[in-house]
Design a protein around this ligand. Structure first.
Ligand SMILES: [Zn+2]
Length: 318
């Protein structure tokens, strides 16, 4: 399949969102315009070759852009060594861990390869074109299946000494909950402030709310949200608890980093009107007053594309 050449194609980055479930790819120019975009399921196999083949096939599909592409920039859900473009840890993409991604893709595609953690890329995307435009100290918190985080200090992405900075979802907010996280810790933020947590907390409290419209079978975070909007007391209690723990996590972040803005992203942010009040209350109670009064907590603006845009931006600024 080929596409017709455009009259004048600006330089673009072949940006790749390599998720555990979906593989999304786009051509992004230096103004943040997306020229081409595609989405498919991430190949499920023990071999990195299948993932590489999918990337190469997508790049070939956009053959008319070949001369305009200046880099490949990939983001993954895991810890990376950005300098070497090596995946250090990625539970959902085991075949890529320590794989020579950079060498293989540079050989097959011919463009320099960059690699970034997905939450970090999303933070950069929001700073470039989203809710954190014009800010230099930015924390982004993504509330999805888990909770991800990205930290930008003085305009620069803070990756940490071992590629795992910004793991906000695995900071402890309740050590006595008895709840074990997949990271090995107990009481992590993502056990209370993720879509997965909404479902679990609803199930746990169903017996307390016999008149709730919610049922254990087929329960999703969306269903809990819809029930909450209709005034269901169980759903409202769950989102209040969600907001409480999120607020505790954010207050810790605020006292630690004093950011200009915290951008909240991810699917669970749809419940904003049900959890924001309690989130703000906790921040107000726990963070330093003058800081808490000035920090902005805002919903993300780039949606699903934040990471792709951020990945492109990172490659363009190198
Ligand atoms: Zn954890």
């Amino acid at each position: 399949m080929s596409d017709s050449p455009t009259a004048s194609i600006p330089p673009v980055v072949f940006a790749v969102d390599l998720g555990g479930t979906h593989l999304r790819m786009a051509l992004v120019d230096d103004a943040g315009s997306i020229h081409k975009q595609t989405k498919q399921e991430t190949p499920k196999s023990d071999s990195a070759e299948d993932i590489i083949a999918a990337l190469v096939a997508a790049a070939q599909q956009w053959e008319s852009y070949r001369e305009a592409v200046v880099a490949t920039s990939i983001m993954v859900p895991g810890a990376v060594d950005a300098d070497k473009a090596v995946v250090l840890q990625a539970p959902n993409l085991p075949s890529l861990v320590n794989f020579a991604l950079k060498a293989e893709l540079e050989k097959r595609l011919g463009w320099p390869v960059f690699l970034e953690n997905d939450a970090n890329a999303a933070a950069v995307g929001e700073m470039w074109l989203g809710a954190a435009r014009g800010c230099r100290d930015v924390v982004s918190v993504t509330l999805g299946t888990g909770v991800g985080g990205g930290v930008i200090l003085d305009g620069k992405l803070w990756r940490g000494s071992h590629g795992s900075a910004g793991e906000i979802g695995h900071t402890t907010v309740d050590p006595f909950s008895g709840l074990k996280c997949k990271c090995g810790n107990t009481g992590c933020l993502e056990l209370f402030a993720s879509a997965t947590a909404i479902v679990r907390m609803t199930r746990e409290r169903l017996p307390e709310f016999p008149s709730s419209r919610l049922q254990s079978d087929g329960l999703t975070a969306e269903k809990v949200y819809e029930a909450g909007r209709l005034g269901d007391e169980l759903a409202l209690a769950v989102f209040k608890r969600f907001g409480m723990y999120l607020g505790i996590g954010l207050a810790n972040l605020i006292n630690l980093l004093d950011p200009q803005i915290i951008v909240i992203a991810g699917g669970a942010v749809n419940g904003w009107d049900l959890f924001a009040e309690e989130m703000y209350r906790q921040v107000e109670e726990r963070a330093f007053r003058t800081t808490a009064q000035q920090v902005k907590i805002a919903r993300a603006e780039c949606g699903d594309n934040a990471g792709l845009l951020g990945a492109a931006r990172l490659a363009l600024s190198c």
